[in-house]
Design a protein around this ligand. Structure first.
Ligand code: AKG
Length: 253
């Protein structure tokens, strides 16, 4: 990989790359404890976390009532994850994909509980937060070992080359199952501590959690600080925080 941390050629060709063992097992154990405590606090506070996407392949994929818990801005709730956001093992890899200066867009925790963890329909992230320069990438930090059985991510290799695809479908941003069936995608199975990177034009989704164990991830969206949003959608606290390098755009001072 020419001294790089990631296989950048693979990423450019296929639109995604998995980096194995970015976080060590003792750190994974801390992440799991942090996430469990956070989910418990949210439940105790009666906070609504359910974030299953309605329509799409939810009904087709499972007869049972599925559920996924989502908590945005995890750095507002756990200092461990704040530190993770600037950890060189994460942001140095991101820099290989988008350039030396890396800016936070947003974060979220997804918890797919055992047996009933919701799938995510196929989609690109682009329509949620389009930008001029298409620098936006997701880093999926795996908190649990993730397989097809417990609802791992899946991607359509090469789909990033299509650019933005029309997502207009029943008023929601996902792709029709007829056009984007799951068998067009490949499962990205990962171990806890692995990080999956992909750009926001990558078509992706994830499977139902039918297993007896949870599938938890922390998703970090990052961009180049010089990449401008095309609309006002998806603003969140901490957006614009520099995670690596500096912000060369003096107009933001
Ligand atoms: O949590 C998952 O399985 C998928 C999340 C996802 O694709 C998204 O939030 O865009």
């Amino acid at each position: 990989m020419n001294g790089l941390l990631l296989d950048v050629d693979f990423y450019r060709e296929h639109g995604y790359v998995v980096s194995r063992g970015v976080f060590a097992q003792d750190e994974v154990a801390i992440m799991q404890r942090e996430v469990e405590a956070l989910l418990q606090r949210a439940e105790d506070a009666g906070r609504k976390m359910e974030a299953t996407w309605r329509g799409g392949w939810r009904e087709a994929a499972t007869a049972v009532q599925t559920r996924v818990d989502s908590i945005h801005n995890i750095q507002n709730h756990s200092a461990w994850f704040t530190r993770m956001l600037v950890d060189p093992r994460l942001v140095d890899r991101a820099a290989e994909l988008i350039g030396p200066d890396v800016q936070l867009h947003h974060t979220k925790l997804h918890n797919k509980p055992p047996s009933v963890g919701s799938p995510f329909p196929m989609h690109q992230d682009y329509p949620y937060f389009p930008h001029e320069g298409d620098s936006m990438i997701a880093a999926i930090v795996h908190i649990d070992d993730s397989t097809v059985e417990n609802g791992c991510l899946c991607v359509v290799p090469g789909s990033h080359k299509l650019g933005p695809i029309d997502h207009a479908h029943e008023g929601s941003f996902f792709l029709p199952l007829d056009d984007w069936p799951l068998d067009r995608a490949i499962a990205v199975e990962a171990q806890a501590g692995d990080v999956l990177f992909f750009g926001y034009c990558m078509v992706h989704g994830s499977y139902v959690n039918r297993s007896n164990r949870p599938r938890r991830i922390v998703l970090v969206q990052m961009r180049s600080p010089t990449d401008r949003p095309l609309n006002e959608a998806h603003r969140s606290p901490g957006q614009g925080t520099m995670l690596r390098g500096f912000n060369p755009d003096a107009s933001q001072l």
